[in-house]
Design a protein around this ligand. Structure first.
Ligand code: KG4
Ligand code: ZN
Length: 350
């Protein structure tokens, strides 16, 4: 089954072609960073307008790269939530109407299910069940995954998401938007031991997270170090390294606890923060020490992309799911509301 996937939930337009026989044929992502950079964050109306501009040209590009024609498509999947309502609607309108014009089924996909299944696009993909650490700009969740659509929430952030915490800390340090990748780059030159950042909620039982305290600690550390409102480069690097180590340690402690509590020793990391090198290395070492294994999507499939939507959509379309003719999206949509898919073949070549 050949499926076109559209991702437009936030500030990246992602388009991909996934074939259930041949795997991922192509994917392209257009990032809106330049559009939002001067505002220091995503401006929803600008995001929607840019998705409208980029959606069709990117579809043409992906079709051109693969030599696939519209008539060969068997289904279209688009992100229908959670996300920014206007941005979601652009993808839903495009995907739903294109599918209607071609007389093929369409399906709205849950953005976090896309992230969670992205490791399935790699050669080495996990068997069920596994634990998923979902760490993006909007979510930090630990989920037990027993099959496609069989998700139990083990824990989540009570306040800021991990990516949001990275972005806010980076902004305080005067780094450009989006701050996560910039902060992690300068952290490589820093001494993570110089400032003793807290490891929030790790000294009590449970699998929930809280990252807002790290923001306050970052702010006071900056105020202590700054001279005439300016931070020296080394101070910046040390604060970044201390901050990153605190987030990574906290995530690691909770992942280890989730593996111990459930007895499941396969772990996947997905979502934009999953591109963080330190997080990937530390979790890999931890999982191996636990006698388990960690699986990641390649970094470009950790951040928002169309491939994960095409993949998740293909699994559900293949099982016979589709939406009616209405163009609809669900800006707030708990992952645990999804229904199980019974199809057994889920690997890339399945
Ligand atoms: O999954 P994603 O692309 O979009 C959402 O669904 O939110 O995640 C974006 C988030 C941003 O907060 C960004 O700063 C963060 O992922 N991020 C990183 C890194 N790359 C992206 N955070 C830390 N280290 C990175 N290397
Ligand atoms: Zn995302």
């Amino acid at each position: 089954m050949l499926v076109l996937g559209l991702e437009t939930s936030c500030d990246e337009t992602g388009i991909a072609l996934y074939d259930t026989e041949r795997g991922l044929l192509a994917h392209e992502v257009y990032s809106q960073i330049a559009v939002h950079a001067e505002y220091g964050g995503v401006v929803p109306e600008l995001a929607s307008r840019d998705h409208v501009r980029k959606g069709l040209p990117l579809i043409r590009q992906v079709l051109g790269e693969t030599g696939v024609t519209l008539k060969q498509l068997d289904g279209i999947a688009y992100t229908s939530g959670p996300g920014l309502v206007g941005a979601l609607l652009t993808g839903a309108c495009l995907g739903r109407s294109l599918a209607w014009s071609l007389g093929i089924p369409a399906l709205g996909v849950h953005h976090m299910e896309g992230h969670l299944l992205a490791p399935m696009l790699e050669d080495e993909s996990p068997d069920f069940p596994f634990i998923a650490l979902l760490v993006s700009g909007g979510h930090t969740q630990l989920v037990q995954v027993d099959g496609i659509g069989q998700y139990s929430l083990l824990g989540e952030s009570l306040d800021d998401a991990a990516g949001e915490a990275f972005d806010k800390a980076a902004k305080m340090m005067g780094l450009p938007y989006p701050g996560g990748p910039h902060l992690s780059r300068i952290a490589e030159q820093g001494d993570a031991e110089r400032f003793k950042f807290p490891r929030p909620m790790t000294d009590r039982p449970g699998l929930d997270f809280s990252f807002s305290g790290l923001k306050t600690f970052t702010r006071t550390t900056i105020l202590d170090c700054a001279v005439d409102g300016e931070l020296a480069e080394q101070d910046k690097a040390d604060i970044a390294a201390g901050f990153q180590a605190a987030v990574v340690d906290t995530l690691l402690i909770k992942c280890r606890r989730a593996m111990e509590q459930t007895g499941v020793n396969r772990l996947i990391i997905a979502g934009g923060v999953g591109a963080n090198r330190s997080l990937r290395e530390r979790l890999k070492a931890m999982a191996e020490k636990q006698g388990g294994k960690v699986f990641y999507p390649r970094p470009e499939l950790c951040t928002d992309n169309g491939a994960m939507i095409a993949y998740a959509g293909a699994q559900r379309l293949r099982a016979g799911e589709q939406v009616g003719l209405a163009v609809a999206c669900v800006p707030r949509w708990p992952l645990t509301q999804l229904t199980a898919v019974t199809a057994t073949a889920v690997s890339e070549n399945g």
